[in-house]
Design a protein around this ligand. Structure first.
Ligand code: 13P
Length: 248
């Protein structure tokens, strides 16, 4: 039985003091939650978030990392740096990073490998644009992104990689994929993993849905057999709303 992981992606939102009060507010609301609760916060909030989440069941993640250990990479943060302060999760290849910051399948793959090497749990984002969807290319795009992201990993590393299926047209638009559509896309991703690494490994991979997840649709989405939780943007900025999603 796979566990469900409900991760908030704050994107470029919240100052450290706001992160602290958010966690203080969220903690009692999710303390009995059976799902894994993760907050992926801006770099500047990581340390404070880790401090305030210390004796809670809330896990902290970053939203990006570099694949090199150190060096002349102005403005970058390495996996080792994240690990050193106690970060447990890291989002890799979010569509906003692919679109605005030149992230490619190759850089995503390098980052996923590095995350595993240092013991961070990568949450790898895949998803199609509206145009690709209308051209009937959804499955081709997302299975391709998935196999490239996982290239060169050991079976154990594949099994412990979290995939987030985020159709780009559903991000921040209020348009959610239907639970059936999301489930069948995720099922195809699992199939692709099964073809390469076998059914046993594929059955262990946690695959989330992301894109306009709210407390009003989370229950339906997360009850689908292949959907193992969600990556939540806008609705993760409000502690009460996010707690309802986490407790779905
Ligand atoms: P929204 O939930 O705001 O649509 O964002 C989804 C997302 O991009 C999470 O990574």
């Amino acid at each position: 039985m796979r566990k469900k992981v409900i991760a908030g992606n704050w994107k470029m939102n919240k100052l450290p003091n706001e992160a602290i009060s958010f966690i203080e507010q969220l903690e009692p609301l999710v303390k009995d939650c059976e799902n894994e609760v993760v907050l992926c916060v801006p770099y500047i909030d990581l340390f404070y978030s880790l401090l305030y989440a210390q004796k809670t069941n809330i896990k902290i993640g970053a939203q990006n990392m570099h694949w090199e250990e150190n060096g002349a990479y102005t403005g970058e943060v390495s996996a080792e740096m994240l690990k050193a302060i106690g970060v447990e999760y890291v989002i890799i290849g979010h569509s906003e990073r692919r679109a605005y910051f030149a992230e490619t399948d190759e850089t995503v793959n390098k980052k996923v490998k590095k995350a595993h090497l240092v013991g961070l749990n990568p949450i790898v984002c895949v998803g199609e644009t509206l145009e690709q969807r209308e051209q009937g290319k959804t499955i081709e795009i997302i299975t391709n992104q998935t196999s490239k992201a996982l290239e060169g990993l050991t079976e154990e590393q594949v099994a412990s990689t979290i995939i987030a299926y985020e159709p780009i047209w559903a991000i921040g638009t209020g348009k959610t994929a239907t639970a059936e559509d999301a489930n069948s896309a995720i099922h195809e991703i699992r199939n692709e993993i099964s073809k390469k690494y076998g059914q046993n490994i594929a059955e262990r991979v946690i695959i989330q849905y992301g894109g306009s997840v709210k407390s009003t649709n989370s229950q339906e989405l997360f009850s689908m057999p292949d959907i193992d939780g969600g990556l939540v943007g806008g609705a993760s900025l409000n502690a009460e709303e996010f707690s309802k999603i986490a407790n779905s």
